[in-house]
Structures are given as C-alpha cells and as structure tokens.
Design a protein around this ligand. Structure first.
Ligand code: NI
Length: 390
C-alpha cells in the first residue's frame, strides 16, 4: 500500500518542499529547481530526460515490468512575483518571489510519487513524470508538448493535483467536464486628441471616451452573450493622461476575458472590436484592440474520475472525494487535456488550527504539509490503478 510508504517519506517530502519554498524561481527560470528534481530522480535510480521547454522542464519515464500504456503525472515548478509575508522559517529567501500557489508542493508530491513508483514498479505499462516550467502565464505545458513530452512513448492519459486551501487536509475534489476557464488577455488603446482642460471642444478626451468604453464592455457581457454561458471580462488596469488641467490624448486599458464555451470565446475578439469601435467612433476617437489568446478551458475527462475515486476511497476512505464546481481561474494543464484524456483534482491543504487558511496567491498563503504524503500516494495510486484497469 502506497499510503504507509508515503508516510515513511514524510520527513523527506517536508525537507524537499521547504528547500523549494525557500528558493523559488519565476517562470522559465526554474534552473535550480530543475537541477534539484533531476538530482532526486537520479538518486532513485531513475533517468530523467534532457532539458525541455526552454531548458527548465524535464520528463522521467518509470518503465513497468511489462509493456503497456503510458500514463503521465504532472507537476508545475514555477513561483510567483509576490513578496511572501508568512514569516515561516522556510519563507522565500528571494525578495519579491515566492511559492504562493503551492507549486513547491506539486513538485515535491510528484517526487514522492516517483519514489513510491521506483520502489515498486507498475506490473504492466509505464508512468511518465512531467515536471514543467511556467504555469503562471508562460504556458509551460504547451512548450512541454511542443518538445514531445506526450510522445515516445505516447501518453494515453494525464493526471495532476493542485493544492486547495478551501478544503481541509484529507479531502479532495474533482470537477467533471469544464473545470477551469479559457483565459485570454485584452489590450485596448483609445486614441483621442490632447488639449487644454478648459477647451474640450478643441480636443477629443480619451478619458471620457474610455469611461464609455468600460461601461459598454460590461453591457456587452450582460446583453450580447448568453447568460447561461459564463463570461467575465475584467479590466484590471487603466493608464492615461498627464495632469489635471490637460485633456488626455490616449488611454490604455488592460484586462482579461474568462469563458468556458469555445464558440463564445471565438466570438469575443469581433464582439469587443465592434463595441469599442462603435463607442470610440461616436466620440471621434480611434482604437486599437489586441486580443491575446491564452490558456484554453480545462476539460476534465469524466471517464477518468472512477479511477481517482477508487484510489481515494482505498487510500483515505469513502466520502473524501467531492464533486467540485468549475472555476473561472486559468490552468495550463488544459493544454495536455486537449491532447489526451486528462484529469486534474484539487487536494485539500487547509488547517484552521494552524492558521493555514489564506487563498492561493495571497502573500500569507501556506499549506499543511500533512497533505504532502497524501498527494504523493494519490498520484502514484492513480497511475497504478489506471494501468491496472483493462
Ligand atoms: Ni497554481
């Protein structure tokens, strides 16, 4: 049983996680992290791949006793550009960079699964470990796929865990079907004509036009798209103007669009362009819209859920795997799940007694390390169960 073996690994898992936590690296800069992972894998007698995905990604095949399908397990390794404020002994030693999304735990748990699987190899089929860079906005998963991470041998399913501070340690949840949103970026430039604040009729006030554009975009969401199809457009940044007595010649807006329905997502660039063009033209201004296609929506393959449910039931007991709802967050695991059947579950790391209650990306986010052996056992168990299922 992997759970007792995983509990024996606990001191190592905690030490690895704390090391990674104290030495976070941003997207595509995970050189020390990748070297740390490589070293641990080699100590287990495994042979990791050459560097992938810009140099900081790697895969590692754990061959089973006999040939069969290959199942992939995935961890992301990058940290966030946030100043940590946990005050923990193992807090980030890098100013302005910290593991506040739990990717240190993801990397650690996959190393734990590697240890469990290396010790007792699958009887039939193979396990491929995917250690990827740059989940936070850099689409590291797409780079891994481009570099062949799902080939040689061909991967037939992929599984991953994300830590979840909304659930207590020992609980997991999974969302069938659409689980995370497609996440795209918007850049809108509104171009007016500068002038003196006292003579607006001689200028085109880009700030006044921007105000109308912002309202019109919210009306686009509420009046031009199906209310039964989730859509959020948030304009998170606005910049323009020089001084209180100067009419601003231009305004720059930045935002994000989150959606699930691919057809709705395809319509968004044209809908936005029509809306912004109409409003700006009405006031004699011009615009430039850049729509940046980001991560696709993650579609969990419901056919893989019974495998996970069996594993969680066996390891942790009945009633520990809940069905979760979709989230408008983004997750680049979606790129793998576009190629092969994929499943991503959430692993509880909350501990109210220890004050471990802050959300992901919060400067004080931290997790209950009691979840690390559970996560390692669930990852390894999923792979075993998948390969053992005819
Ligand atoms: Ni994350």
């Amino acid at each position: 049983m992997d759970l007792s073996a995983a509990f024996e690994l606990r001191p190592d898992l905690v030490a690895w996680r704390r090391h990674l936590h104290a030495h976070p690296e941003l997207a595509y800069q995970e050189h020390a992290t990748a070297a740390f992972v490589r070293e641990r894998l080699e100590q287990l007698g495994l042979r990791p791949s050459p560097p992938l995905a810009g140099g900081t990604g790697l895969t590692c095949l754990i061959a089973g006793d006999t040939d069969g399908p290959t199942v992939a397990l995935r961890a992301d390794m990058d940290a966030l550009p946030i100043q940590e404020a946990t005050g923990a002994d193992y807090a980030s030693t890098v100013p302005g960079v910290a593991h506040l999304c739990g990717h240190d735990a993801h990397t650690t748990m996959l190393l734990g699964a590697a240890a469990l699987l290396a010790r007792r190899r699958p009887e039939h089929g193979h396990v491929k470990l995917l250690f990827q860079p740059a989940e936070e906005g850099g689409a590291g998963a797409a780079r891994m796929i481009e570099d062949g991470a799902l080939e040689d041998p061909t991967v037939s399913a992929v599984f991953g865990l994300h830590v979840d501070p909304n659930q207590p340690v020992g609980a997991l949840s999974v969302t069938p079907g659409p689980a995370t949103a497609a996440s795209d970026g918007l850049d809108i430039e509104i171009i007016g004509e500068g002038g003196h604040a006292a003579r607006p009729h001689q200028a085109i006030d880009a700030i006044a036009v921007a105000a109308q554009v912002i309202v019109a975009i919210q009306q686009l969401v509420s009046r031009h798209t199906d209310p039964l199809q989730p859509l959020v457009i948030t304009l998170g940044r606005i910049e323009g103007g020089f001084a209180r007595n100067v009419i601003a010649p231009s305004v720059h807006l930045q935002g994000t669009a989150r959606s699930f329905d691919p057809a709705l997502r395809d319509r968004l660039p044209a809908l936005l362009d029509r809306t912004v063009a109409g409003v700006t033209q009405a006031f004699g201004a011009r615009h430039e819209l850049t729509y940046r296609t980001g991560y696709p929506s993650l579609r969990n393959d419901a056919a893989l859920i019974p495998t996970l449910a069996d594993v969680v039931g066996e390891l942790l007991g009945e009633g520990r795997l809940a069905t979760g709802g979709p989230s408008l967050g983004g997750e680049d695991f979606a790129f793998y799940a576009q190629r092969v059947p994929g499943l991503m579950a959430r692993l509880g790391v909350r501990n109210e007694a220890l004050g471990l209650v802050h959300p992901l990306h919060h400067p004080r986010f931290d997790l209950d390390e009691g979840a690390l052996p559970l996560g390692a056992a669930v990852l390894a168990g999923f792979a075993r169960r998948y390969l053992a299922t005819p």
